[in-house]
Design a binder for this molecule. Structure first.
Ligand SMILES: *[C@@H]1O[C@H](CO)[C@@H](O)[C@H](O)[C@H]1NC(C)=O
Ligand SMILES: *[C@@H]1O[C@H](CO)[C@@H](O)[C@H](O)[C@H]1NC(C)=O
Ligand SMILES: *[C@@H]1O[C@H](CO)[C@@H](O)[C@H](O)[C@H]1NC(C)=O
Ligand SMILES: *[C@@H]1O[C@H](CO)[C@@H](O)[C@H](O)[C@H]1NC(C)=O
Ligand SMILES: *[C@@H]1O[C@H](CO)[C@@H](O)[C@H](O)[C@H]1NC(C)=O
Ligand SMILES: *[C@@H]1O[C@H](CO)[C@@H](O)[C@H](O)[C@H]1NC(C)=O
Ligand SMILES: *[C@@H]1O[C@H](CO)[C@@H](O)[C@H](O)[C@H]1NC(C)=O
Ligand SMILES: *[C@@H]1O[C@H](CO)[C@@H](O)[C@H](O)[C@H]1NC(C)=O
Ligand SMILES: *[C@@H]1O[C@H](CO)[C@@H](O)[C@H](O)[C@H]1NC(C)=O
Ligand SMILES: *[C@@H]1O[C@H](CO)[C@@H](O)[C@H](O)[C@H]1NC(C)=O
Length: 797
């Protein structure tokens, strides 16, 4: 089950690879002519072993996301390690933790009912589970297309536009029953959260439509969603409704309230259409979705695919994906097909969410764009949004405008948001980091005065429910300069855990606000927030030691919980690392003081003042050996996003070569082209963007105009800026595809020597060439104090 699928496109790829070898000098020329980037995208990567990647059909940032829904770990509908399918649904999220997301109103097809008896067909969700087949046409996932064969004789294919899905069901003729396909819709969603719902069938056309009220998968409140299904390809035989496992031809309307038990059986119910045998064994089902109304769901489908043109819709989706991905161009000579697939598939996954719901938001009227599924910013601020700023600044601008508009209408920026609802905050108010990042990189079109008002509100005004927005413990933050272990907080309600990780995140959030304050001319604010950004030091216990299995690690000084009265508490520094109680720091009331990670991990988090942090940890050499120990001892888990920056933090202690070395230690061992080939949940493309940024050789320090330089995994990478049209080229001289020569010897930027180990974003907006000369041994390049990335405090030898 977990082995890699064989795919017909492999042959195409080897031809292309051969072409690269044949004409290295004009490789990229040939590449643009014959290379189809979509051949290097495998949407199945990360669909097994808890990756929760969405494998189905979608447009970039599209609202409609169609896939087969499996039983099991079905957060994104289909999981490669689940064996049965219960339906096909039209909206999903990708890579998320929490409950399964969306998956509303699944449809399900059967070739015929046994003995032509409608009640012998399968109806409720628990009865529908049917095995899917693995062969050369099943399952197949490509950008804009998903196909799968089921043991019940149905081959299901699907594609999408922005707000509708199109399914093509091909029925296998069985010898003993004549074909009379039944297609049902279920008023269900993946997390089985529905409270009420209504379904209607039109007897004359077979149109199935309806609505339901559901809960978000990682948040509070509820949302209403509407659907509209039309068919083509067979004559309608009869229609009806069904609940649990019984069908009824004489009804055309069913209204269902949850009975409080929320089991699949009691919640399952809907409408159906039965058909005469289709001419060519094929029926098309077109499903429109809308958060506004049934009418709008039908209109979305009618407008976006008037002709039920399956192949045409696939072609449009493919073109949209090529256009997104072709902004980046690589010279892949010598690089394995698998690594190329890892790269392009990672990029593909970074374009799945947030989703464009503009015109589909019933909560407020606005001319601004509305994006949803910021799921979650705690995950996405570190790699997804910085990647989008590099490769798709136009979308990044729309997303930032939408964030600011959410602030205007909800009163706070979100930390997490899905399905029109407020999601749970995991640490700080990290939308502050995303906005500062966009501000410093001059992402256009954003109302910065309102954005600034929003980030200051995060820092100053505690919300009533800080589980879903803003920050908790602000009174202590302002008076004590840290979040105490025993925080007394009468101002708002929230989960009183994560005092250590919230402290360091709030400190960095305040630094990001200070950067915006400076640019916008609020100099008093700038000074105030710079001062508060030093608060991480208040939970740094300088004499704290750490041992593993009773053996002292030799490193002194770790973050520790602290009481209101200033006395230190204690949490074993390795607690919640893979070496001790790894899963004890989640978002529940017993979740401890460091969220989804250890004090070891969070002790490295002061990205704005690395001069001071390095000094606190004993100076450059001591910092380097601690960071190496962290990577080699098993204390680090690269599947949680806080680990990303630690791969590249050797740059701050003057050892950029080690950043390159450790980047190669995780790719491909933890990020590869297998179905289980990502380390953790993809979290809406966080893991995908981690590999892409690592392999392009420029790691963005989120919230700063700083990219740390390491050699790309390719001979050359070009990135075309979506706003200025300028091309940024990162080129390796002495490129070695065995990755032994991965150490930078010297760099030129636009032909001039460049000794700093970082560059700024104008490299992308203005274009240019960064040329890296590589060698097999570490050099002096980028190691001097004046070459290190910016820090509030000075560095010391
Ligand atoms: C048709 O034949 C298959 C295989 O012999 C059997 O499993 C199935 O129950 C039959 N269906 C009907 C409706 O008789
Ligand atoms: C989908 O929506 C995007 C805006 O989010 C738009 O640019 C694109 O043209 C739409 N695609 C299609 C195929 O309609
Ligand atoms: C859901 O559909 C029913 C039946 O058409 C309708 O009465 C009801 O108002 C709809 N609910 C919403 C929230 O649109
Ligand atoms: C479900 O019921 C709630 C409460 O009565 C109502 O607000 C909501 O509109 C209903 N949803 C649908 C889809 O009818
Ligand atoms: C089969 O039927 C579908 C639906 O009517 C139609 O789109 C398709 O072109 C037909 N295919 C062939 C080969 O006739
Ligand atoms: C089907 O629905 C009709 C109308 O509500 C009802 O009279 C009849 O008893 C139902 N039949 C079955 C088999 O439930
Ligand atoms: C990058 O762009 C330059 C200039 O347009 C071009 O000469 C080179 O072939 C491109 N390289 C790749 C890998 O696309
Ligand atoms: C500080 O508070 C903690 C927790 O209430 C308590 O255990 C400790 O004894 C106090 N320390 C002092 C010096 O009062
Ligand atoms: C740590 O893990 C052990 C073994 O799984 C468990 O018994 C213990 O309760 C956990 N401790 C905490 C504080 O979560
Ligand atoms: C691929 O990545 C997964 C997830 O990180 C890892 O468990 C597996 O060992 C890797 N496989 C190979 C062949 O490196």
């Amino acid at each position: 089950m977990l082995s890699r699928m064989s795919r017909p496109r492999a042959d195409v790829l080897s031809v292309i690879t051969a072409l690269f070898y044949a004409s290295a000098a004009i490789a990229s020329q040939d590449a643009t002519d014959s290379f189809d980037v979509l051949d290097s995208v495998d949407p199945f990567i990360g669909t097994a072993n808890g990756g929760h990647v969405f494998a189905g059909a979608t447009l970039p940032f599209g609202m409609a996301k169609a896939v087969a829904d499996t039983v099991g770990e079905n957060q994104a509908g289909f999981a490669y390690d689940d064996t049965t399918v219960t339906g096909f649904s039209h909206m999903h999220d990708s890579g998320t933790g929490g409950s399964p997301s969306l998956g509303n109103f699944p449809i399900f097809a059967q070739p015929a009912c046994p003995h032509d008896d409608i009640n012998q067909c399968v109806w409720q969700q628990s009865d529908r589970a049917v095995a899917w087949l693995e062969n050369d046409k099943s399952p197949i996932a490509r950008p804009g297309y998903f196909g799968i064969s089921l043991e019940n004789g149905v081959h299901a294919e699907m594609t999408t536009t922005n707000r509708s899905a199109l399914y093509r069901f091909t029925f296998e003729q069985s010898s003993n029953t004549s074909l009379s396909p039944v297609i049902l819709v279920d008023l269900m969603d993946l997390p089985q959260s529905r409270t009420n719902g209504t379904a209607v069938v039109d007897r004359s056309t077979g149109r199935l439509s309806g609505n339901g009220t559901f809960s978000p998968s990682f948040g509070i409140g509820s949302y209403d969603l509407h659907f509209c299904v039309d068919f083509k390809g067979a004559n309608l035989r009869d229609t009806g409704v069904w609940t649990k496992n019984r069908a009824n031809f004489s009804q055309e309307f069913v209204s269902m309230l949850a009975d409080g038990t929320n089991t699949p059986d009691t919640l399952s119910g809907g409408t159906f259409a039965r058909f005469h045998a289709p001419q060519n064994n094929t029926i098309l089902a077109r499903v429109g979705v809308s958060f506004i109304s049934v009418n709008q769901a039908c209109e979305n489908a009618e407008k976006e695919q008037p002709d039920f043109d399956f192949d045409g819709t696939v072609a449009v989706a493919e073109d949209a994906w090529r256009k997104k991905l072709n902004v980046v161009s690589i010279d892949a000579e010598g690089v394995s097909k698998d690594l190329q697939t890892v790269f392009w598939s990672g990029a593909y996954r970074a374009f799945i969410s947030p989703q464009d719901y503009t015109g589909e938001n019933p909560l407020w009227q606005s001319d601004e764009p509305y994006y949803d599924s910021y799921y979650c910013i705690w995950d996405s601020y570190r790699s997804i949004h910085p990647l989008l700023t590099m490769v798709d600044p136009v979308s990044q601008s729309l997303m930032m405008r939408s964030l600011v508009d959410i602030y205007r209408h909800e009163g706070y920026l979100p930390d997490c948001r899905m399905s029109l609802c407020k999601g749970f905050t995991q640490g700080g108010s990290n939308a502050d980091v995303v906005l500062a990042d966009a501000y410093l990189k001059k992402v256009p079109g954003i109302d910065w005065e309102t954005a600034y008002e929003a980030v200051v509100k995060d820092a100053e005004v505690e919300p009533k429910n800080w589980n879903v927005e803003g920050r908790g413990g602000l009174q202590s933050w302002k008076s004590l300069g840290y979040i105490p272990f025993d925080d007394y907080d009468p101002y708002g309600v929230g989960t009183h855990t994560r005092s250590v990780s919230r402290t360091v995140e709030y400190a960095y959030n305040d630094f990001c606000i200070a950067e915006m304050a400076k640019g916008l001319g609020h100099s008093a604010d700038h000074d105030k927030y710079v001062a508060r950004s030093g608060n991480w030091d208040n939970v740094f216990k300088a004499d704290q030691k750490s041992s593993i299995n009773g053996v002292d690690t030799g490193f002194t000084g770790f973050l520790q919980p602290r009481y209101t009265n200033g006395t230190w508490g204690y949490q074993n520094p390795i607690f919640c690392s893979p070496l001790l109680n790894f899963t004890s720091c989640y978002l529940n009331p017993t979740g401890h003081e460091t969220y989804e990670g250890s004090a070891w991990l969070y002790t490295f988090y002061a990205p704005h003042d690395m001069g001071a942090l390095v000094q606190s940890l004993g100076g450059m050499e001591s910092f380097t050996s601690r960071l190496q120990f962290f990577h080699e001892s098993g204390l680090l888990y690269v599947g949680d996003e806080q680990s990303f920056l630690t791969v590249f933090q050797f740059h701050y202690s003057g050892r950029p070569a080690l950043s390159a070395k450790y980047s190669h230690s995780y790719i491909p061992s933890q990020f590869n082209a297998t179905v289980e080939g990502i380390a953790g949940n993809d979290d809406s493309g966080a893991m995908g963007s981690f590999v892409v940024l690592s392999m392009m050789g420029l790691w963005p320090v989120p919230g700063q105009d700083v990219y740390l330089i390491t050699p790309p995994y390719f001979r050359e990478v070009n990135i075309t800026n979506g706003i200025t049209g300028k091309v940024a080229t990162i080129r390796n001289v002495n490129f070695d595809s065995n990755y032994e020569s991965i150490y930078i010897q010297s760099v030129t930027w636009n032909g001039k020597p460049w000794t700093k180990n970082w560059v700024t974003h104008d490299f992308f907006t203005e274009g240019g060439v960064l040329e890296l000369e590589l060698g097999a041994i570490e050099s002096k390049w980028g190691t001097s104090i004046e070459d290190l990335p910016p820090s509030l405090s000075d560095y010391h030898i």
